[in-house]
Ligand binder design. Structure first.
Ligand code: AMP
Length: 286
């Protein structure tokens, strides 16, 4: 495995692999890797010849400076994980490399980026879109792998690839959860044991909503209200939003057409958590 923070070097490694006919897959991450990330890496290893993992904690997508400072950073562990999973190249640049002084251009993702996470975290998706375009331009992959855990994010990235003519296949991998249902997240290590118990209510109410939907309770406004009320009445949990929307547009549709996704976001103490579940899916994780 090669590890570099240099744009020139990562480009050379990828160009060399391309000349040999390799299919290139990239897994963009902010590090502190867990089984959610490694599931993306496994998908990349299974489908591509050269797998590149990017590790970069991207300041501009954090609307809360404390969240950025607290964010776990574990480069050595991450490199061990990548090595163990058969990653070929790790690109771990520093801040100056990704944001050289004098840089001016950002990527504005439009309407999709103003909803839900965009509304509660101003500037978040501009930060995400800008760094993802940079990483995709640096690594020029055939395929890029993202998690369903960040449902709106993978939609935003699909949209930006389409709008900016980036010829990259976007693969969305299912959410990986702990046994108690909590979706894995790098921020989970910051939860105290009692906060972790509260956090599991997110996946519990999502599963309940999906169960009701699949059992024929198709009154969407009532289901949305129930989802919201269940979380609002959970002690220790500060709800940002809970809703059921069209999984392609994120609009609060009234039609019970496929596909629908339930989206929730809440804080437990100062840890912000998001989760989602496709109502029409049957898999435990999706
Ligand atoms: P992050 O390091 O949080 O920016 O995440 C990097 C990638 O891993 C994103 O595409 C996330 O959606 C994905 N990811 C994070 N947590 C999970 C999870 N529990 N299951 C599947 N994918 C995940």
């Amino acid at each position: 495995m090669r590890t570099t923070g240099s744009v020139t070097e990562v480009r050379e490694l990828i160009a060399e692999a391309r000349r040999a006919g390799s299919r290139v897959g990239v897994v963009p991450t902010m590090g502190a890797l867990h089984r959610g990330h490694t599931s993306l890496i496994e998908a990349a290893v299974a489908g591509c010849d050269l797998v590149v993992v990017t590790l970069f904690v991207n300041g501009p997508q954090f609307n809360d400076p404390d969240d950025f400072l607290r964010y776990p950073r574990r480069l050595q562990d991450d490199l061990d994980t990548c090595r163990g999973k058969g990653v070929d190249v790790v690109f771990a640049p520093d801040e100056q490399t990704i944001y050289p002084p004098g840089g001016q251009t950002t990527v504005d993702v439009g309407h999709l980026g103003t909803l839900f996470e965009g509304q509660h975290r101003p500037g978040h998706f501009q930060g995400v879109a800008t760094v993802v375009v940079k990483m995709l331009n640096i690594t020029t992959p055939d395929t890029a792998f993202f998690g369903q855990k960040d449902f709106q994010q993978q939609l935003v990235i699909r949209q930006l690839c389409q709008d900016l003519h980036l010829p990259i296949d976007i693969v969305t991998c299912p959410t990986i959860r702990d046994d108690d249902g909590l979706a894995l997240s790098s921020r989970n290590v910051l939860l105290a044991p009692e906060q972790r118990v509260i956090a599991t209510s997110l996946s519990r109410v999502l599963r309940h909503a999906r169960e009701q939907w699949q059992n024929g309770f198709n009154d969407l406004p009532a289901l949305r209200q129930q989802l919201r009320e269940q979380l609002e009445s959970t002690p220790g949990l500060e709800l940002d939003y809970a809703t059921i929307v069209d999984a392609n547009t994120l609009e609060e549709t009234t039609a019970d057409s496929d596909p629908l996704v339930a989206l929730v976001a809440a804080s437990v103490g100062n840890i912000r958590l998001i989760d989602n579940l496709l109502l029409n899916a049957t898999s435990e994780t999706a």
